[in-house]
Design a protein around this ligand. Structure first.
Ligand SMILES: [Zn+2]
Length: 130
């Protein structure tokens, strides 16, 4: 489900249109910040959207068997993915293109995007082929 788009989170939800996962990065101390925020939680510096590699690992996950949304078949996997750019840089996303049973903590994953509505592209992750 998409949050309302605003000036801070818009790059994150629309960057997938160009195939880019855009994460806020502090222009002063270069810290990556997720979820999107108004300014850097470390130094108060200005944040600007920057593309990351889209590679990460599954930090934790749950397999959901309850159909909350008729458009999404169960079971499906909701994970917290830690991006490779920074320890602790994490975001919640579905894990797709694999059997839910095959997902495990530490699984290497790669982002792809699923279009939602007019101009939103939801980042989801699939297992990374070696
Ligand atoms: Zn900063």
């Amino acid at each position: 489900m998409l949050p309302p788009l605003d000036e801070h989170n818009r790059p994150f939800w629309t960057g997938g249109g160009d195939g880019r996962l855009l994460i806020s990065r502090c222009v002063s101390c270069e810290r990556w910040v997720s979820p999107p925020a108004a300014d850097c939680p470390d130094c108060g510096g200005e944040l600007a959207p920057r593309a990351v590699s889209g590679r990460g690992t599954v930090f934790t996950y749950t397999v959901n068997h309850q159909p909350f949304n008729p458009a999404v078949p169960v079971p499906y996997v909701v994970a917290i993915v830690e991006l490779e750019e920074q320890v602790g840089l994490r975001l919640a996303a579905n894990i797709v293109d694999c059997e839910p049973d095959s997902v495990h903590i530490g699984l290497p994953v790669q982002v792809r995007f699923e279009r939602q509505g007019q101009d939103a592209f939801v980042p989801v992750f699939m297992p990374r082929r070696a």
